[in-house]
Design a protein. Structure first.
Length: 423
């Protein structure tokens, strides 16, 4: 495995850090080693002011929400009167709905020297929290812990699939999804080959030494079929996107596939033996085998013209994208919330879920594509791209591209043929 960390964008609190570069094999992707560089008084101040409160002045009780436990259950056990709890719930509505407190999430009670609860703090996630000030009139405020970003560089060689490679390299599994989203218009991830490889530079956000996940992919290169596919993130007059070496947008009118992490079980054919009807007939679509409930995405912007059921198609959705193109998604287990005839959808919106309704032997999606009223093979359609970099931004983009391309080329590429062969 080959992952390199480099400290980059930090809030003022962390400006004292020196730039660092470490291989993940030597140190895991954690902010802990960087935090350890801070002097002890600074670490204590950070801990004491974690919620904007000098908590060292209080008795601190830290617990987690239990299953079927409500706010009133927690506070009544600490002698908080019901009228105060009711005021908390009412005043909280515009900030955070207390009914959305989740079992397993942490909460903190801060008690004064009279053993009275002055503050109740609920952690929504690793970074965001809500503070209930009970000292006088109830006040409710949302807060966020100090976070910082570490730039990371990763590479991997594919021997099975992109997703499995990401897992085997112990990278954030969301990296596979993000790369598929970036290259979804230009690369067919169902036809990746052994020996294909990728390199990527991305920002990862941390809070209290724990990863909050990937924040932004800054650049990537994916090697497939003896060709390098580059992607550079660029902000063009407030509109962000990914562009190739020539400044052409990687975004196109249609995604390559309506599913992620699945396999093609049957291709487009004018003569295929139907497993249920037991006879040869045209199969003018592509079947994607996937577990029941797998989200199905609209491959392009458009309007739903049908969300219905037939004996052969089962539950299906048909989307008209414009006067030329339309797509259809068959055998769904169910439609996504709000999807019906007349619903406007955007590229990537979830419109339904994989199932086996209609004439289907198992859970899969039959995906069909129309061009000018005629069904065509969706895997060979040449989707039109969106606009390239504006002429006025070409020099700025070229400078960014050259810098990021040089950095990508410098990332070592891991070689683990023997490791994979042994598995």
């Amino acid at each position: 495995m080959n992952v390199i960390l480099r400290l980059t964008l930090l809030p003022a609190l962390f400006l004292c850090f020196s730039s660092c570069q470490k291989k993940i094999a030597d140190a895991p992707p954690s902010a802990a080693s960087s935090l350890a560089e801070l002097p002890a008084p600074e670490l204590k101040r950070m801990a004491d002011d974690k919620y904007g409160i000098a908590i060292d002045q209080y008795v601190v009780i830290e617990e987690k929400i239990k299953r079927n436990q409500f706010l009133s259950d927690i506070l009544s056990a600490h002698d908080v009167a019901y009228p105060k709890v009711d005021a908390m719930a009412r005043k909280s509505k515009e900030v955070f709905d207390v009914r959305k407190m989740k079992a397993g999430n942490p909460y903190i009670l801060l008690k004064n020297d009279q053993a009275q609860v002055d503050y109740f703090i609920y952690e929504i996630n690793k970074a965001d929290y809500v503070v209930y000030d009970l000292r006088n009139e109830v006040e409710v405020n949302m807060g966020r812990k100090p976070t910082f970003t570490m730039e990371q560089e990763a590479s991997g060689v594919i021997y099975s699939s992109l997703y499995e490679t990401i897992q085997q390299n112990e990278l954030d599994v969301n990296l596979a999804s993000l790369l598929e989203n970036i290259y979804g218009w230009s690369l067919d991830f169902f036809h990746t080959q052994k020996g294909d490889w990728f390199k990527v530079i991305y920002d990862e956000e941390f809070v209290e030494g724990q990863s909050m996940g990937i924040k932004t992919i800054k650049s990537a290169v994916f090697h497939h079929a003896e060709k390098d596919f580059y992607a550079f993130y660029f902000d063009e007059n407030g509109q962000t996107g990914f562009y190739d070496e020539n400044g052409q947008s990687l975004r196109k009118a249609f995604l390559r596939a309506p599913l992620q992490y699945s396999r093609i079980s049957s291709g487009f054919s004018y003569k295929r033996f139907h497993p249920i009807l037991k006879r040869y007939r045209p199969h003018l679509g592509v079947d994607y085998a996937a577990p029941k409930g797998t989200p199905i995405r609209s491959v392009g912007d458009g309007v739903v013209v049908a969300a219905a059921y037939t004996r052969g198609n089962g539950r299906y959705v048909k989307v008209r994208h414009n006067s030329v193109y339309a797509t259809q998604y068959l055998h769904m287990s169910g439609f996504a919330k709000g999807v019906k005839s007349g619903t406007a959808v955007k590229q990537g919106d979830i419109i339904g879920y994989v199932g086996s309704t209609g004439l289907a032997t198992g859970p899969h999606l039959c995906f069909r594509f129309w061009k000018n009223g005629r069904q065509v093979n969706p895997r060979v359609i040449d989707a039109p791209p969106v606009e390239p970099i504006l002429h006025e931004n070409e020099n700025l983009y070229a400078a960014l591209r050259d810098e990021m391309k040089s950095r990508l080329e410098a990332i070592p590429l891991e070689k683990e043929e023997n490791t994979y062969a042994a598995k």
